[in-house]
Design a binder for this molecule. Structure first.
Ligand SMILES: Nc1ncnc2c1ncn2[C@@H]1O[C@H](COP(=O)(O)O)[C@@H](OP(=O)(O)O)[C@H]1O
Ligand SMILES: [Mg+2]
Length: 352
């Protein structure tokens, strides 16, 4: 079965949610609140989750959803809830036909809260389950750097569809990303990309601002002749991946170029289109279980672009274990032909 309809809806739902996050950023985060104020993230996260779940409910009413947020704290904070509803109720895609496909606006503030709680599935190995991260890379979002709205569909534990909106990545697939200028603003012309993939049917990108699948271009990882020429990506947050170990792996592979640091699943998207080659996420805490919404869409997009995605032991990520990747540790992604070499280096560095 082909999942083009699911991809189409996922793209539009992500696109609409990105509009909300951008509005929140420009109203709330940019210059007007202190770095310690987490409210832009809260507002963007809840609002984007409500918008995306309502689109899934309208089109695929029987599917389950594993999403990062739940609304109990919001039900107790009436001001915050009203603030989110003010933004959510007015967000529309420019194209009315596409907006109708998503089911139009939510009926009320109460239905928004109820819809947010539809993301409470336990996940697991059976059935159709969506994995949603409404704002991945919350730290990047606050900094005006990279963040991503991420949605994947798993069927019987296997990721079939992935869509990721990255409002602050350059549209141009050939654009190289300069680690030192990670903070690209979405108001700059030329930023905002929507990546997607269907299992067995390849990965694509299109400008986030455009509508429909007709403008999508196929993307693929860059061929790397010599592994020492590869560029590796890692997270900005030292608490989320062990940057010292990442660097030691790169050194073992003969890589001398500095890492490109990006928040969020923008890392998966970047290597999938050849802006970087290897993504290393070596664990900081031994007992941390990665969340499925942090990886489902990116895992498929990279594999459909010609890459391989595994944990530090070389095992594929297993999305059938519930809300977390309970049987995996860390993440290593690279072009298929290089993966064994990279895993060998990881095993030496981590003494596995
Ligand atoms: N100790 C840890 N190890 C790995 N990932 C962690 C972590 N603590 C939090 N995270 C996850 O790392 C994600 C961000 O990844 P990155 O650092 O690559 O941008 C966060 O997503 P959110 O930003 O959606 O909360 C969060 O789920
Ligand atoms: Mg996340």
């Amino acid at each position: 079965m082909s999942y083009q309809q699911e991809r189409y809806i996922a793209e539009l739902a992500v696109q609409r949610a990105c509009l909300l996050t951008q509005k929140v950023f420009f109203e709330k985060a940019k210059g007007t609140v202190s770095k310690d104020d987490k409210s832009p993230v809260t507002i963007g996260d809840f609002g984007a989750q409500a918008l995306i779940i309502s689109a899934i409910r309208k089109n695929f009413p029987n599917d389950e959803i594993v999403a990062e947020e739940e609304a109990s704290s919001l039900r107790e904070d009436k001001d915050l809830s009203a603030e989110i509803w003010r933004l959510v109720k007015d967000i529309k895609l420019d194209d009315a036909e596409s907006d109708n496909l998503l089911g139009g606006p939510l009926a009320s503030e109460q239905s928004m809260l109820d819809i947010i709680d539809n993301g409470n599935s336990a996940g697991g190995p059976k059935g159709r389950i969506w994995a949603l991260d409404p704002i991945d890379g919350t730290k990047g979002f606050l900094r005006g750097g990279q963040y991503a709205v991420c949605l994947g569909l798993m069927v019987d534990g296997d990721v079939k569809v992935g869509a990721i909106g990255t409002p602050n990545l350059p549209v141009d697939d050939a654009a190289t990303i300069d680690a030192s200028t990670g903070a690209q603003q979405s108001e700059t012309a030329g930023n905002g990309v929507l990546f997607s993939a269907v299992q067995g049917e390849g990965a694509t990108s299109r400008p986030l601002a455009s509508g429909g699948l007709t403008t999508s271009k196929s993307i693929s990882m860059r061929p790397v002749a010599k592994i020492s020429d590869a560029v590796f990506c890692e997270g900005v947050e030292a608490a989320h991946s062990a940057q010292g170990d990442n660097a030691a792996v790169a050194e073992r592979l003969g890589i001398t170029a500095p890492s490109v640091r990006l928040d969020s699943q923008a890392k998966y998207c970047s290597i999938a289109r050849g802006a970087g080659d290897i993504y290393l996420r070596l664990p900081v805490k031994k007992d941390y279980q990665e969340k499925i919404w942090d990886h489902a869409a990116g895992d498929l997009i990279v594999r459909e672009a010609g890459g391989q995605v595994t944990d530090i032991y070389g095992n594929r990520l297993d999305f059938s274990k519930g809300r977390t990747l309970a049987t995996n540790k860390g993440v290593v992604a690279s072009p298929k032909a290089l993966q064994d070499q990279v895993i060998d280096a990881v095993k030496v560095v981590l003494k596995l």
